[in-house]
Ligand binder design. Structure first.
Ligand code: HEM
Ligand code: HEM
Length: 215
């Protein structure tokens, strides 16, 4: 796509691959758990843990909008995000930034607690043997946290529908091809070299799966 004020490149390829992989692994984790396939569930779970580790690293080493430094975390801006006088002046909205951080913390907590969980019958997670006295507590946390995840995903989908169809910002297109379609002059156009990011994403996602398979 040609670059002008309306369509500057904002999301790098590794971030877009992160998002699609996240959707696949979250759905895989939830389905495999609900179908009681815990042996399969652990592979989805550790891959997700690796993927989230990638996102954290990418928050420091990625391109401009992937970096946490570009996040607008102003509480005042967040409170007035939907007010009529507030027009959108940035690619990263404050509530969007908070929700990304909450997603990361929630998914990290679910995956880590999962590593120490047990179904008390047939399956103990790979690290449950390390702190056997705390297994039931951590399993409880693991089971509760996924309801938080459902709520976050629900709110996320409602927000996407709002910006896509009511604000007509075409944000679904931009998470697919990386190009912004909004007319704001202060958008930073990123200049990406995606290979390192893609390699890092693949290594961090598949390494935990391989470790679990072979050790
Ligand atoms: C790090 C890897 C993970 C391991 C080893 C793991 C392990 C487990 C275990 C042992 C259970 C059964 C608990 C019980 O029987 O009470 C379970 C349930 C579950 N896990 Fe995980 N988990 C992991 C990651 C995840 C992730 C990332 C998600 C969500 C994105 C997730 C979602 C669930 C759900 C929805 C259940 C079913 C809870 C219910 O009974 O309703 N797990 N997991
Ligand atoms: C399992 C379900 C999902 C999860 C956990 C999830 C999570 C996330 C996260 C964490 C981000 C922030 C990306 C970052 O900066 O790291 C994001 C962005 C985004 N998500 Fe999702 N997502 C899910 C499903 C979907 C679906 C089904 C759609 C719609 C087709 C969608 C559309 C978007 C869009 C358009 C953005 C970028 C928003 C923007 O450009 O400002 N997501 N998602």
């Amino acid at each position: 796509m040609k670059e002008n004020i309306r369509n500057k490149k904002i999301w790098d390829l590794p971030l877009r691959l992160f998002h699609i992989s996240l959707i696949i692994l979250v759905i895989g984790s939830i389905l495999s758990a609900k179908l009681d396939m815990l042996n399969l569930h652990q592979y989805f779970g550790v891959a997700l843990l690796g993927l989230i580790s990638f996102r954290i690293l990418w928050g420091f080493f990625g391109t401009y909008y992937s970096r946490f430094k570009s996040f607008n975390l102003s509480i005042i801006d967040a409170l007035f995000q939907f007010s009529k006088i507030n027009s959108i002046t940035s690619v990263r909205t404050p509530i969007g930034c908070y929700s990304t951080l909450i997603f990361i913390i929630a998914l990290l907590s679910i995956s880590v607690s999962g590593l120490f969980s047990s179904d008390d019958i047939l399956y103990d997670a790979p690290l449950a043997f390390l702190i056997p006295n705390h297994t039931s507590y951590l399993t409880y946390i693991h089971n509760i946290l996924h309801y938080l995840l459902y709520s976050l995903i629900g709110i996320h989908i409602i927000a996407i529908i709002y910006y896509q169809f009511f604000k007509k910002m075409k944000i679904i297109q931009r998470v697919i091809d990386g190009y912004s379609r909004i007319e704001i002059s202060n958008i930073v156009s990123i200049n990406e070299k995606p290979l390192i990011g893609i390699l890092l994403l693949l290594i961090l996602t598949f390494l935990p799966v391989l470790i679990l398979l072979f050790f």
